[in-house]
Ligand binder design. Sequence first.
Ligand code: PMP
Length: 353
Amino acid sequence: MNIRSLVKKTLLMVEPFSVEPIEGYIRLSLNENPTLPPMVVKTAYEKAWEYVNRYTPLEILEEFKDEVSLYNNASSHNIFVGPGADTILTYIADAFLWEGKVASMLRYTYPVYAEETIKRGAKIDFIPMDETFSSKLEDIVEHAKKADVLFLCNPNNPTGNLVIFTREEMEEVLKVSKGIVVVDEAYYEFSGFSVASLVSKYDNLIVVRTFSKGFAMAGLRIGYAITSPEIVDILSRVSQPYVVSTTSMVVATEALRYSRYAYENARRLKDSLYKIKQTLMGMGLKVYPSVTNFLVVEAPPGTWKRLRRNRVLTRLIYADVENRKEVIRISAGDRISVSKFLKVFADIVLEDK
Ligand code: PMP
């Protein structure tokens, strides 16, 4: 049977996902946190065993939401819980995007926004960025006027910079927005800047968060959105019940109680990233400013592939053949990974000279 002829056409317009190996590799491609959460959080992981025979009890969900509310100075009516930020983004697309709808996003941003838009037959409207990966507030404002969904990643992945710097800037966008405004704050624990407090004023704002980055729990697949009770209601219609594992909720609740570790980790990773930046700049390379746990560097052509051949995984943002350069994203890692990366990278750059 020709299965491809049966499938929804827009689904064939996106790539199937792939999963990266870890054994024997230096994995700096996924913006993970290389440090495990503290032992006290592991204790919660063991405690969660007593619930494995049950679907999540309401009390566990409520305890988690209370802790999320406290952490964000919000009300628990403003919290939607999902199995990771990516899945929450797909729920948003399910609710607000279909043929004839328009989603705006930055020219270089987190690819999930474009993929989920394409899959649903909606149109993408890119907001321009200059060669330093900066965007203008006035451009964001103009696009917000026309977008059914505006996706802003703040700080932006893969470029590492903030695109909205103040609450006032965010309000300029929200005041004129035609539709839903999604602010993906996956890297909030690194940047320290959030617009979540505006949720009480603008019912079309959705702030998306994850436990995968600052809290070092990518394997547990848990995230949440801070938004209006109306949107919590909508997203709860898209989601099936019980999709977030009880274990993840119990562990994430404990992690929020000891959230200091996320900020300590963030500081350490940013220090490590600063050292990487200094070394790369010392090699004469252009490195872009970042407020996250990853950075972007301009490298000689072929670098990404050669790093991979040497079992060092990074992310290729784009190859600029004309100007003989590649733009690569590197995540902060532990000391051993970073020194191995820098050694392999230096060999490649030296050979190119
Ligand atoms: N948003 C951004 C900007 C991200 O970088 C990531 C992870 N790469 C996600 C969302 C997905 O987070 P999660 O692991 O919670 O699905």
